[in-house]
Design a protein. Structure first.
Length: 101
């Protein structure tokens, strides 16, 4: 049974695109039972997925993880740059003393 990941990752109740696999267990040689959960409306649905769909889902989850990791690094860099600016301004204003550490 092949289902496109767009179908799997979209909630049938609220149309959220954030559905994710919560648990998975083997249902035979080439099938899996997967509980898909929507974080918006908390709907959980048990799906029977074939290996082709599981592999596609795995690739999509890896892609999503890479996007989130890239965005996190970008946010961390922006936050650190702002912190450094404030720290330099505090040093220049002599607002930091040894007892602050």
């Amino acid at each position: 049974m092949f289902l496109p990941t767009e179908t799997l990752l979209c909630c049938r109740r609220c149309d959220s695109r954030l559905v994710y696999p919560e648990t998975a267990s083997e249902a035979g040689a080439r099938q899996w039972y997967v509980v898909m959960r929507c974080p918006n409306c908390e709907r959980a649905q048990l799906r029977l997925l074939g290996m082709t769909t599981m592999n596609e889902l795995d690739r999509e989850l890896d892609r999503g993880t890479a996007v989130l990791t890239r965005d996190l690094r970008s946010l961390e860099q922006a936050n650190m740059a702002e912190f450094v600016k404030r720290f330099i301004a505090a040093l220049e204003a002599e607002a930091i003393e040894p007892m602050d550490f």
